[in-house]
Structures are given as structure tokens and as C-alpha cells.
Design a protein around this ligand. Sequence first.
Ligand code: ATP
Ligand code: MG
Length: 459
Amino acid sequence: MTASASEREDNQVCQEPAVIPSRSITPSQIDADALKVVRRLQRFGHLAYLVGGCVRDLLLKRSPKDFDVATSAKPNEIRKVFRNCRLIGRRFRLAHIHFQGKIIETATFRAELRQNPEGDLLIRSDNEFGDERADAFRRDFTINALFYDPVAKQLIDYTDGLEDLVERKLRFIGQPSIRVQEDPVRILRAIKFAARLDFCMDEETWRAICDYREELKKAAPPRLLEEIQRMLRSGAAEASFRLLWESGVMEVLLPEVAHYLARSPERGEEREPGVGLWAYLRALDKLGDRDMLTNSVLLAGLVLHPVLDAAACAGEGYGLQFETKAVGEVARAMVRPWVERIRLPKWESERIQQILAGQKRLVKLRTNASIPKGLLRRNDFPEILDLFELYVRATGKDRRKLAHMRKTLMRSANRSPNLKGTLGDGQAASERKKRPPRRRHGGRRRKPAFQPSAPTSKG
Ligand code: ATP
Ligand code: MG
């Protein structure tokens, strides 16, 4: 019989960590600079380990996105050890150790926060230093709390994370119902990891997600948008959104999309409910280079079928009222609430409406018809075409039309420097150069993508 979350928590108080020699992680899989950071901190007498997603991914034979280090050294001590170190963050100071083209984020062990169980559990600040054990227990999932010491070649496991990793199980550390109330974004993180890693959800973890989904309304809206975007780009968007739907979280986070799925019987989709949405997400998952797509295209694709459905039924069941059935207007009514709910920038909500209206015009065009000049010259035309390409991939329809449009575009772009300016080279998303990521106002600066200095194995 497996222990309940509270029994596990009681055991954890006195439990020694499991220290496991690990030969399955080889030095060549670890970023050379992250290794340097750990070695140097240890040489100066501090505890230092790799931690979090990189350890989890290395054990699963996946390429880590980045390598994070946790250490007993306080921020000022870290700065003394590295000349290439910048301290960031006002309340909880993190050390960014700069190397060519990358940053190794190095964090001092942090304490677990004990909230008053009678009161509001939401964590508003998380800025106390702690020891190694506390740092493991304050993390979200057991599989995200493993430390790896690359010098001693040992895993340090306080939370039975290795067992869960082997069983491919996602489990909150501590009591799931408390952990989701402390930080409701953990609900979305759970869904994202379960989908991306193809892990099953521990029963109590799943129950807490379903029972406390309304808590998401207390989370900081920009974090919600960020997690939605991450799910769309994860390569497991279909699995993620299916879990959002099955848990009832979608109703809280994206009620528009939930209404579309709930209305499947009215559309005669009893056998394949929500078929259009799932086909879009599947096409997105199969796309080799999703990084080339803008967030506006991804979100426009997510809401495309709900918008078409709401336009067809004049908003019935969506709680929307429109004067017309024009896609642009329906899209406006549907996407506008995102500005408040998930802090979508206003300009982006407008762009999504434009992309959807433009895409509808492309769908209506005859196969060999020329693209209207007005449409062709719009600066969002590449995005409209990207969404159209996703629609073609999802439905298998209009392949010839897409090829014809791409060809026309190339020709027009070569003829007219103006067009070239707006359309780039008229290539498909998968062929265009990557756009630099946009920075949210007041948002956290992203770390540059990790570039492995040695080949890492892929899962
Ligand atoms: P990814 O591959 O998506 O980067 P990750 O596990 O590295 O996965 P991050 O968001 O980079 O995830 O966070 C790094 C680590 O910080 C996590 O592995 C986890 O231990 C801890 N962490 C992040 N967010 C939370 C949270 N909301 N609550 C508790 N711990 C968290
Ligand atoms: Mg990470």
C-alpha cells in the first residue's frame, strides 16, 4: 500500500536523504560551464549541486533546457567566487554566472515556507534562505527535487523522486491540497510536466488539481499566460490541453475553449468531440520548428475553432452577444477578456483578431485565386499564412492552395521591395529566421537558451 501525502510528510521530517551513486549521468552530458560552477563552489568550501529540471531530464535521457545550480553559498559569497557573476532580484537574490552565450543560474538554498494553515495559504514572498533539505522540500514535484553532485557522481534524493521517476509518476512534494493553494500555478506546471514527460499523475496530486482549480483565479495573470504559451510550444500541446479539459481547469483558465468542447454534441461531434481543436494541437505538436511561430499565431490557432463555432451559433452557450457573425467581431468578443484574465497585451489581442479574420479570408479564396493586394501587404500577413498552414496541416485540405500562395508570395516579394519588406522572403514559418522573443513589461528576463557544449542524449 502506498503512503498518503500526510504520512509521507511526517516521515520526511526525520528522514535522511538517499544518496545514490549514479553512473547513468556522464560528464559529457553536462554543460561544461555548469560543471565549472559546481566544481569551483565546492573548491571554495560550499555545497553545490545541479538541481531541478536538468537532473530530471538527464536521468530520463532527455536534453535539458538549461542547467541550474543550488548551493549553500550566500549570494555575496557566490559573487566572491566568480568574477563573471551578476546578482539579480530584489527580494530573493539569484546569481547569474555569465559565460559565452549562456547564463548558469545559481541559487542559494531556500527555506520552505510554512503558512498559517488556518489562513490564506497563497505564498506572496519566498525569500528566506535555508539548508539543502529545506531547499529540496520547498520544490514542487518529487522528480524536480533531485540534487546531483557531478564531482562525487551522486544523486541526493530527499523526496523519493528517483522512485517516482522510475515509475514515471508525477507527485507533489508534501500535501497536494496545500501545495496548490500556496501557488496555484503549480496546477498548470503539473499538467505541463505530466503531458510533456508522458507521466501519469499520482492520485492525490490529480485530486488536488481538480478540487482546487478555482484557486487559479488568485494567481498572477502573467504567469498563467506564460504557462499557456509553454504548453503550446511544448510538443505535447494536445496532451496538455486534454488534461486541462479533463481536470476542469480549462473552464477556469480558458472558458471560451471549454465552451467549444462542451458544445461538441450540438455540432454532431459525439464520436470525436472537439475534433477541430485537437487536430490543430496535433498539427502544432508535429511541426518541427514551433519556435518560429509567434505567440499571436499560437493563441489565434487555439481560439480559431471556438470563434468559428461561436460565429455559427451567434454566441449561444458562450455568454457572448454579437451584432454580426463576422469572425473578426466574434474573435474580439472572445479574446478581449484575455487582456484582464491572463494579462494578454492589448496589441496582441488585436493582432489575434486580425490574424483570425485574415485566415478566414484565405480559407474562402479559390485554389488558384490571387491573394488580394490589401491582404498581401499587411504586416501580419506572414502570421496569417502561418495559421493557414497549420489549418492545412490539421485538416489535410487546401494543400494546393497553400503551395500556390507561397509561390505567389515569393514572386511578389521578388518583384516589389515593399512587399519584401513586409513579407520577408515569403517563406513558411518553418523556413523563416527565428524572431527574437518579446519581453513582457516588468517580466522576468529570460535566460538565453542553453547551448550544449557537448552532445547530450535525446529522449
Ligand atoms: P523546464 O525543463 O521546463 O525548465 P524545470 O523543472 O527546470 O523544467 P523551471 O520552471 O525551470 O522548471 O524551474 C526550475 C526548478 O525550480 C523546478 O525543477 C522546481 O524544482 C523549482 N520550481 C519552479 N517553479 C516552482 C514552483 N512554482 N513551486 C515550487 N518549485 C518550483
Ligand atoms: Mg528549467
